[in-house]
Ligand binder design. Structure first.
Ligand code: ADP
Ligand code: TYD
Length: 231
């Protein structure tokens, strides 16, 4: 087995929690040499990726709800979505994350496997009795576990307002015009993220993402410097 010399840090949270804003801020700090980290090369990346499966997923998320009408067709559509996200993750690992880690880089990913556990753990509640555990099980034998995961924790109502204020519906929420529906879905996802953080308290750092951008960014940079100082 290859020794991976790099460090993998992931950002997780519901839509509108501010992950992408924090990642852009950290990337800017890194390029200006303002992160308290000497001599590390960074790779900033994201899931869904810009690859083939990622593009397909974005198209799907913009379109009508997965699977069409009827419970059986809907379940099949949601399973298809899970496998597309998994395929995107597999390609992301093979082509981007693992090579960068092997080259000793610090990889920072905006969403990663915990998004699958939290989101598909919410959409697949009618398919499996313990969907989060099923999804985690699927990753276990082959995925790379992050060294640290920063969870941007926020009330779903505030997150939905942020999404709406940037002129977007939260993409993977059940389709429908109702703000309430999106909020309810994200509430389940947010609970799932909380459960994941409780299951692995050493891996997760939970940040209160409802605070002003500058504060969230400062705490994110601090968490990053801390994990990099560990080795
Ligand atoms: P995510 O990537 O988690 O979906 P974004 O970073 O895209 O979230 O942020 C969603 C919206 O909220 C954007 O319009 C962004 O400018 C705004 N935003 C991000 N962080 C904050 C914050 N701490 N306070 C207020 N608005 C924020
Ligand atoms: P993303 O582009 O990161 O959206 P945002 O910037 O709003 O956070 O992700 C698109 C949507 O895909 C988002 O609603 C979360 C969802 N998603 C899943 O359902 N499962 C996954 O495994 C991933 C990576 C994302």
């Amino acid at each position: 087995m290859l020794i991976m010399r790099g460090v993998l840090i992931t950002f997780e949270g519901i839509d509108g929690s501010g992950k992408s804003t924090a990642l852009a801020g950290v990337a800017r700090m890194a390029s200006e040499g303002k992160l308290a980290v000497e001599g590390r090369r960074f790779l900033f990346t994201a899931e869904p990726t810009e690859g083939e499966e990622g593009r397909l997923l974005r198209e799907r998320l913009r379109g009508p709800a997965a699977g069409g009408v009827g419970a059986a067709a809907m379940r099949a559509g949601q399973m298809e979505e899970l496998f597309l996200f998994m395929a995107d993750h597999a390609r992301h690992l093979a082509e981007t994350v693992i090579p960068a880690l092997e080259a000793g880089m610090v990889v920072v990913s905006d969403r990663y496997s915990d998004s699958r556990a939290a989101y598909q753990g919410a959409t697949l509640r009618e398919v499996f009795s313990d969907p989060m555990e099923r999804v985690r099980e699927l990753h276990r034998p082959w995925s790379v576990v992050p060294d640290r995961t920063i969870l941007f924790s926020i009330d779903p109502a505030l997150a939905v307002d942020r999404c709406l204020s940037r002129g977007e519906a939260c993409p993977s929420a059940p389709k429908g015009p109702e703000k309430f529906e999106r909020e309810e879905f994200l509430r389940v996802v947010a609970e799932n993220f909380k459960t994941l953080a409780r299951l692995e308290p050493r891996r997760f750092v939970v940040i209160d993402a409802s605070r002003p951008i500058a504060e969230v960014l400062a705490e994110t940079a601090e968490a990053l410097a801390e994990v990099l100082a560990e080795g």
